[in-house]
Design a protein around this ligand. Structure first.
Ligand code: SAH
Length: 222
C-alpha cells in the first residue's frame, strides 16, 4: 500500500510506529491475513475518532464516537474482515452500520465496491468526509435502516454488520450471493456471538467465531 500523505501520518501516539505496534499485537493475537494487516498498518484510525481521543486510537479497544455508538475494536475489525476474505477476493460488499467509517475504510482496498448503510445521519455525514479525505472512492454510503439491506445492488459476495440484532435479518440472507459470506454479531447485549454464515448449495451454513460485545442493531432512522 502507498504511504499516507504527511497530514494524515500523525505524530507521537498517532504515528506510523504506533500503528505498526498495533499491527504487531494483532498478529500475536492470531490475525494472520497479510492483506488485512497491511491495510490496518496504513489506515489512520485516529482520524475516525474525536481529536480528544486520538491518542488512544491505536489501543486495541472500542472507543465512543458519539450518539451512544462506538468504533469497533481493531482486533474485531481484523477478525471480521479476514473471515470475509477467506473464500477469495471480494467484488461487492455490504456493510450495515457505517458508524465512524473505519471498518469501511479497511474493507475498501480489499474489495471492488463497498456499500455501507447507517441509520444516524450525522455519523454518516462525518464518515463520508473521512472516507473522502482518504480518497476511498469505491465506498457508497446511504442513510437508512440496514436491517433491510440495500436491495438495489444485491447480491453481495460478503455482508458485514457491525451492530447486533437478536436474530439475523431475513433480508440480509436474501441479499447474499451463492458462496457469499455474512459475518455479524447476533444476540442480546452481553451474550452476543460473532457468527459467520455461508450460502452453500445446500443452504445456509453457520459457524460461531467468537463471543463479542457490539451496540444493538436498531430499527428506523434518525
Ligand atoms: N463499523 C463501525 C461501527 C460502528 S457501531 C465503525 O467502524 O466505526 C455500529 C453502527 O451501527 C452505529 O453507528 C449504529 O448507529 C449503526 N446501526 C445500528 N442499527 C442499524 C441499522 N438498523 N441500520 C444501519 N445502521 C445501524
Amino acid at each position: 500500500m502507498k504511504r499516507l500523505p504527511e497530514h494524515l501520518q500523525g505524530i507521537g501516539m498517532t504515528s506510523q510506529r504506533t500503528r505498526d505496534r498495533l499491527v504487531q499485537r494483532l498478529q500475536e493475537e492470531g490475525i494472520h491475513n497479510l492483506q488485512v494487516l497491511d491495510v490496518m498498518r496504513h489506515t489512520p484510525r485516529h482520524i475516525f475518532v474525536d481529536e480528544a481521543l486520538a491518542s488512544r486510537a491505536y489501543e486495541d479497544t472500542a472507543l465512543p464516537i458519539g450518539h451512544g455508538q462506538t468504533i469497533s475494536q481493531p482486533y474485531v475489525v481484523a477478525r471480521m474482515t479476514a473471515a470475509l476474505l477467506e473464500s477469495g477476493p471480494l467484488d461487492r460488499v455490504l456493510e450495515v452500520g457505517t458508524g465512524s467509517g473505519y471498518q469501511a475504510a479497511i474493507i475498501a482496498p480489499l474489495a471492488g465496491e463497498v456499500y455501507s448503510v447507517e441509520r444516524i445521519r450525522p455519523l454518516l455525514e462525518q464518515a463520508r468526509r473521512r472516507l473522502a479525505e482518504l480518497q476511498l472512492r469505491n465506498v457508497r454510503l446511504k442513510h437508512s435502516d440496514g436491517s433491510w439491506g440495500w436491495p438495489e445492488f444485491a447480491p453481495y459476495d460478503a455482508i458485514i454488520a457491525t451492530a447486533a440484532p437478536e436474530q439475523v435479518p431475513e433480508a440480509l440472507l436474501q441479499q447474499l450471493a451463492p458462496g457469499g459470506r455474512l459475518v455479524m454479531p447476533v444476540g442480546p447485549q452481553g451474550v452476543q456471538e460473532l457468527v459467520l454464515l455461508t450460502r452453500t448449495a445446500e443452504g445456509i451454513e453457520r459457524q460461531v467465531l467468537d463471543r463479542v460485545s457490539f451496540v444493538p442493531m436498531l430499527g428506523g432512522t434518525r
